[in-house]
Design a protein around this ligand. Sequence first.
Ligand code: 5GP
Length: 170
Amino acid sequence: MKISKELISESEIQKKINEIGNLINQDYAEKDLLIIGILKGAFITISDLAKRLKIDVSFDFMSVSSYEGTESSGQVKIEKDLDIDITGKNILIVEDIFDTGLTLSYLKNILESRNPKSLEFMCMFIKNTEKEIPLDIKYKGFSIGPEFVVGYGLDHEGKYRELPYLAVLS
Ligand code: 5GP
């Protein structure tokens, strides 16, 4: 497989990250925030977003898996859980891409059961916008088509995460 086309450019992505960073700065101006990055795909989003934040914020990471190759396995598994107790905290989950919603729905259930004060979601890329999204994503990046994409943290068999833009493989 090789990259066939750039879908979303680096500058478009950076502009969007700026906009979302500004919104988060406004929404959490008076509140502590714990951002939870979902590894591995969200590592670049988190890193770019973090540099725009001017609020009282901490970070933790979780690792989950649901995909093998280019197909969803239909199951979510926690590979690495949080280090921090989220009880009573304002939480923002940052995920790379939303496809079937399985990963975020699973995380919502697990994390709500730990009684955070608030729980919101940010997702950089959202696939198949015509289908109903089973949860409320407060901060949305880009709506994209159904193709398998790589770059900006997203991989194919461990490769292409480092690309500063989003691309389609062929
Ligand atoms: P969902 O659980 O919403 O179906 O899928 C979310 C997870 O599937 C993402 O965190 C990501 O790891 C993976 N995924 C879904 N679509 C793509 C894609 O187009 N490219 C890559 N690289 N991963 C994807």
